[in-house]
Design a protein around this ligand. Structure first.
Ligand code: NVA
Length: 270
């Protein structure tokens, strides 16, 4: 079994189901003393090249809740930020900790960490994928609908890292997905091909109304991901028609749920 979680597709559908079952179980056993020692004596190095609120807090609190310990390391704190190689960082961390989580700009960085570390590596967001986010989203969908297979997901907006992981997760879990993005901002061709190979039913359209028609779940994300800031004005213009609002949601199922990995920029008017 692959010890790393770099892409959501590193997990099979059975493994995803097992992770979700375990998460459901631990959610209700949060105060159970036996659960609070599952990771006793284990440390996680959590490297953050980019800012984070939810991922950092959830990783750190999860380690504490399960009896372990997390070290928050931003790249400025590490020799990595001063030119130490990824491989040397991975090797030295592996001698101290039981796992490494990394939020990075370039997906190659987390892949190289996984290749060179001797402990499991978890991608906590790269420019290409955000597998932990998608596991949390799948958990929410399953809690809400009692199943995953057969659900219809609509992704409206940027064909970004979170979108890529959502497309692959839908393919793995037998869910339909329709993606509506402005021209030039659609999902990566390689991801669409990979989803096809996994037996996915992915449709890419330009019209958000077409994407959300009959959807159980509407997902969206910021129009300006970390690292895309220089394109903010161009993106605001391109995505104007891709807002998720009450008018758009009228075309989805009446019990639709809306997921957004956050952060949200509240009160922003276009
Ligand atoms: N697509 C966003 C997700 C933030 C959690 C980004 O990469 O900035």
């Amino acid at each position: 079994m692959n010890p790393n979680l770099i892409s959501i597709a590193d997990l099979s559908s059975e493994e995803i189901r097992a992770v979700l079952d375990r998460a459901d179980e631990l959610k209700v056993r949060r105060d159970d003393p036996a659960a609070r020692s599952i990771l006793a004596g284990k440390s996680l190095a959590a490297i953050f090249e980019k800012p984070s609120t939810r991922t950092r807090v959830s990783l750190e609190v999860a380690m504490t809740d399960l009896g372990g310990h997390a070290l928050y390391l931003n790249s400025g704190d590490l020799q990595l930020g001063r030119g130490e190689t990824i491989a040397d960082t991975a090797r030295v961390l592996s001698r101290f900790v039981s796992g490494i989580a990394a939020r990075v700009y370039d997906h190659n960085t987390v892949e190289e960490l996984a290749r060179t570390a001797t402990v499991p590596v978890i991608n906590s967001l790269s420019n290409a994928e955000h597998p932990c986010q998608i596991l949390a989203d799948l958990m929410t969908m399953r809690e809400r609908f009692g199943r995953l297979a057969g659900l219809k997901v609509a992704w409206v907006g940027d064909g970004n890292n979170v979108c890529n992981s959502t497309i692959l997760a839908c393919a793995l879990m037998g869910m339909d997905i329709a993606v509506a993005s402005p021209p030039g901002f659609g999902p990566d061709r390689k991801i669409l091909d990979q989803a096809d190979r996994l037996g996915g039913r992915t449709v890419v359209v330009a019209d958000p109304v077409e994407a959300v028609r009959g959807a159980d779940v509407v997902e969206t994300d910021t129009w300006v991901s970390m690292g895309d800031e220089a394109e903010a004005a161009k993106r605001a213009e391109a995505f104007r028609r891709y807002q998720v609002n009450s008018g758009l949601l009228r075309h989805a199922k009446s019990d639709v749920i809306v997921l957004h990995c956050l952060p949200a920029h509240r009160g922003m008017i276009f």
